[in-house]
Design a protein. Structure first.
Length: 292
């Protein structure tokens, strides 16, 4: 079996620059030309992406299955879905990448929205469909704001991203998702991630998670490698690093208090782990937010 290609950034890059740790937007034609109009199938373990096709057409390859998409339209690809693009010189549009963890925090009280956007959807412009027109209008406002240098840009983008997701959700609940072959590995992986969120304790071992899923730790390791490209331990660590970033925005909490909140009893170990994963100590990360 051919191994999956996992990208940490966009299309082979090792990283991605996000505005407010939420959003990144790039022109489709720039990316297409850079890669000779073919983006080989790959997976993002932490990005939800929206593709806006303004003109031309492209071939969308999802989990090995191919579908032609014509303009004007947009489609969404959740995290952990293998996808590739065959474009041509008349393909123009935008790739909007949203950091999955930030979306969960924005929508934490709206589980219906989170569950619905965890599907593949393709919507073509229909002049008679108000929901689709509203969504495209908000998407374009988001793009305009992203490329502006107006005061309050970050706050405006956070608002627009929330509105964009709401408008997409309204479309998704009234239309059919593109259901492609899922497998047991993805189901187990979702259950594993959900367990991490529910238990929310760094002390829980991979063996314990596997036991709760009624599978062996070796089986859980194979599942995580297949779906996310990571080991179960790295999936757990990444979750707690993301949680730490959220807590670090609360300047009233000390770094030691954050460590204990994450159930990491040794603040020095927490600092080393955070630096290993982010290249910054918690103090340095907090300084970037405007507080030493």
């Amino acid at each position: 079996m051919r191994s999956k290609l996992f990208f940490k950034g966009i299309y082979g890059d090792n990283s991605i620059d996000m505005v407010r740790d939420i959003i990144h937007i790039t022109p489709m034609e720039v990316t297409g030309k850079r890669h000779e109009w073919f983006i080989k199938p790959h997976v993002h373990s932490d990005l939800f992406q929206i593709f806006v096709l303004e003109s031309g057409s492209l071939e969308l390859i999802i989990n090995g299955e191919s579908q032609i998409v014509e303009s004007v339209s947009f489609f969404s690809i959740p995290k952990n879905i293998s996808h590739g693009l065959q474009m041509n010189e008349d393909t123009k549009g935008w790739v909007i990448s949203l950091y999955d963890k930030s979306l969960e925090n924005m929508l934490k009280l709206d589980t219906d929205i989170i569950n619905k956007i965890d599907e593949i959807h393709i919507s073509k412009l229909d002049e008679k469909d108000k929901l689709i027109n509203d969504a495209l209008t908000t998407i374009r406002k988001c793009i305009d704001e992203y490329y502006s240098e107006l005061p309050g840009k970050q706050h405006a983008l956070q608002y627009l991203v929330g509105m964009m997701l709401l408008r997409l959700y309204r479309i998704f609940v009234t239309s059919s998702a593109v259901h492609l072959s899922d497998n047991k590995n993805k189901i187990y992986y979702r259950r594993f991630v959900q367990l991490i969120k529910e238990m929310k304790s760094f002390k829980i071992s991979v063996e314990d998670y596997a036991s709760r899923l009624n599978i062996s730790s070796g089986h859980l390791n194979r599942i995580c490698k297949d779906v996310s490209g990571l080991s179960p331990k790295d999936v757990v660590i990444n979750f707690f690093i993301d949680e730490a970033k959220i807590y670090l925005r609360n300047f009233d909490m000390s770094i030691a208090e954050i460590s204990y909140e994450l159930d990491i009893e040794d603040p020095a170990y927490f600092t080393r782990l955070f630096k290993k994963k982010t290249e910054f100590t918690p103090k340095e990360f907090r300084s970037q937010l405007g507080r030493k």
